[in-house]
Design a binder for this molecule. Structure first.
Ligand code: NAD
Ligand code: IPM
Ligand code: MN
Length: 361
């Protein structure tokens, strides 16, 4: 039977509360589908930073480069500046392992109360460029403490970088409803965006089966709230994609359920699966964090590992538990704990997942 090696980095705050439920759910569906997962746990976190002066060991990335996937909770904690914790752990993983696609699916699931009165059938994916753009290392802070103090950051958009994310998004749209929306800000102010638009338009010519359009990020944010059901695949730069994905998560009911897959499509390196949310210091330690973002991310990991039946079984558990509606964490308007919602999902996972139509099994 197949066995997969997973590097687990629970991280900080509620990261440590939602990752054990994800592993529990993974083990359940793995057992039912006949494969095993072996976890190597890494305590890389702000706590480790305070104790040792580093978020992870200097050879940290080498230690996880050979794993089949990385499962991450959240990184960041008050007292450690975010630029230290994030540049010390999360961002290096995304970059070094060339996880240039950040896939963030959004669906309004049955029975989930969202803020929109009539959301319609909401099912879209944010494809976020994940290694360049506004999140560049070029720049810094100058003249600290002086009256002429300043901060500068160069946004870096490369032809290969924009080409590959656009191609990924067009290909994904082709497997779905065939429509792509590119988030831009091309009205002449931001130099990088007309370039983004040109490259996306070039790639569009190679994907005639997909209809596409460009929308300005500000107007797009508004339209996404008004007409979320009209979107299929959205592609955006690192920062635009980041903002759109939290906005979209709120449309779906809570940032606590939103999943993310940081993908290295070429599979030269492990991909990383993590909920969209952060460490949530405001609710951490109380056992009430919503585990569904982590569980859904785990389902995306199963798909990536080539275990679609197990992924589907886990998603079915999530969907049934939500539709039932009895067990909800506070972010969803209920009073349930992380544990209770996890148990509800585990109980709702089908006992006999259908075996996938894979001749090799
Ligand atoms: P956050 O996502 O941690 O929290 C935003 C709000 O959403 C909070 O009110 C929080 O209670 C709520 N929330 C988030 N996840 C929830 C869940 N699973 N269940 C219920 N409620 C949930 O964002 P923030 O407050 O901006 O950031 C806190 C820290 O996390 C910062 O250090 C930030 O840098 C870090 N962060 C890390 C990641 C990551 O590791 N990928 C992502 C975002 C933020
Ligand atoms: C996310 C987070 C990160 C990002 C932060 C914590 C650096 O917000 O994963 O969406 O902006 O990529
Ligand atoms: Mn974010």
């Amino acid at each position: 039977t197949a066995a997969y090696r997973i590097a687990v980095i629970a991280g900080d705050g509620i990261g440590t509360e939602v990752i054990p439920p994800a592993q529990q759910a993974l083990d359940l569906v793995a057992a039912r589908c006949g494969f095993t997962l072996h976890y190597d746990r890494f305590d890389w976190s702000c706590r480790r930073y305070r104790e040792t002066g580093a978020m992870m060991p200097t050879d940290g990335l080498d230690r996880i480069a050979g794993h089949d996937a990385i499962l991450l909770g959240a990184v960041g904690w008050p007292g450690v500046p975010d630029h230290v914790s994030l540049w010390g752990l999360l961002i290096p993983i995304r970059r070094r392992f060339r996880q240039y696609v950040n896939l963030r699916p959004i669906r309004v699931l049955d029975g989930l109360p969202g803020p929109l009165r009539e959301p319609g059938e909401v099912d879209f994916v944010v494809v976020r460029e994940n290694v360049e753009g506004e999140y560049s290392e070029i720049g810094g802070r100058l003249n600290r403490g002086f009256p002429d103090e300043m901060a500068v950051q160069e946004a870096v958009f490369t032809r290969p970088g924009v080409t590959r994310i656009a191609d990924y998004a067009f290909d994904l749209a082709a497997t779905r409803r065939g429509h792509l929306t590119s988030a831009t800000k091309s009205n002449g102010i931001v130099h990088t965006m007309p370039f983004w638009d040109e490259v996306v338009a070039e790639r569009a010519a190679r994907h005639p089966e997909v209809t596409w359009c460009s929308e300005h990020i500000d107007a797009l944010a508004a339209k996404l709230v008004l007409h979320p059901s009209s979107y299929d695949v959205l592609v955006g730069s690192n920062l635009f994609g980041d903002i759109l994905s939290d906005l979209a998560a709120a449309i779906a009911g809570s940032i606590g359920i939103a999943p993310a897959a940081n993908i290295n499509p070429e599979r030269e390196f492990p991909s990383m699966f993590e909920p969209v949310h952060g460490s949530a210091p405001d609710i951490a330690g109380r056992g009430v964090a919503n585990p569904l973002g982590a569980l859904w991310s785990a389902a995306m990991m199963l798909d990536h590992l080539g275990e679609p039946a197990a992924a589907r079984a886990l998603m079915t558990g999530i969907e049934r538990a939500l539709a039932d509606g009895a067990v909800r964490t506070p972010d969803l308007g209920g009073t349930a704990t992380t544990r209770e919602l996890t148990e509800a999902v585990l109980a709702a996972v089908p006992a006999h997942p259908p075996t996938p139509p894979d001749p090799q099994r």
